[in-house]
Design a protein around this ligand. Structure first.
Ligand code: DC
Length: 220
């Protein structure tokens, strides 16, 4: 029997990660954070010191790369060729580089089969930017989660409270990343035409999870 897929797309800071993970627990399905894969590519580019704008250098790096995503004891784990790099991909620098390199078709192509293969064996909740449009156009349930920029920036700033960031910079970076992600030619951030739109600006995490759960559960 075909496995079921929920896709949750949207801009940075809209709450996709918390919502998708909580929803996956509620449904008993697996959760896949596809942003982690793009961050993994960015991390390996930085570590190798290649010029990612040169397609031959980028392609050679991608050919050698083996990325895998899983959850372990409730924590997201990203493995790159056997090494756990989860603790190294959650920085502002890596987020920005991930956004830049994710515009390269060769990168998106390399990650497409990894993402689709993760959906073969389990019912899953996938979060990202192009889950409902490109990676899983036939997904059973599609959602697009968004919120006002100021609220998204504040949420992200609070998550980063142990690091040395100021709110204005967080907001500025977020706006820049949204623009990069939405304006790129290849698989831009946008809602699928059949996605349910959810504005989380004035909603709590639980309210969003319950809303999505009710829609999914009613049609299972
Ligand atoms: O979800 P995130 O913030 O961890 O994602 C980091 C970057 O990766 C994001 O700015 C754009 C890119 N990305 C993408 O292009 N497509 C996806 N499905 C997920 C992330």
């Amino acid at each position: 029997m075909n496995k079921k897929i929920v896709t949750i797309d949207g801009p940075a800071g809209a709450g996709k990660t918390s919502v998708s993970y909580a929803l996956s627990k509620r449904l008993g399905w697996i959760y896949v954070d596809t942003g982690a894969l793009y961050r993994g590519v960015a991390f390996e580019i930085k570590r190798a010191g290649i010029n990612w704008q040169k397609e031959n250098e980028l392609r050679a790096l991608l050919d050698d790369m083996e990325l895998d995503f899983m959850m372990e004891k409730g924590c997201p784990v990203l493995i790159s060729s056997g090494e756990d790099i989860s603790g190294k991909i959650r920085t502002a620098d890596i987020a920005m580089l991930a956004s830049s390199v994710s515009a390269m078709p060769v990168v998106r192509e390399a990650l497409l089969s990894i993402q689709r293969s993760l959906a073969l064996k389990n019912n899953a909740v996938f979060e990202g930017r192009d889950m409902g449009t490109i990676v899983f156009p036939g997904a059973d349930f599609k959602f697009f989660l968004f919120a006002d920029l100021k609220i998204r920036a504040l949420r992200r700033y609070r998550e980063m409270k142990n690091e040395n960031h100021d709110l204005e910079k967080v907001e500025h970076d977020m706006e820049k990343r949204d623009k990069n992600d939405s304006l790129r030619e290849c698989a831009p951030l946008k809602p699928a035409i059949d996605a349910v739109m959810i504005d989380s600006t004035y909603m709590t995490l639980n309210e969003v999870v319950e809303k999505i759960f009710d829609i999914v559960n009613a049609r299972l």
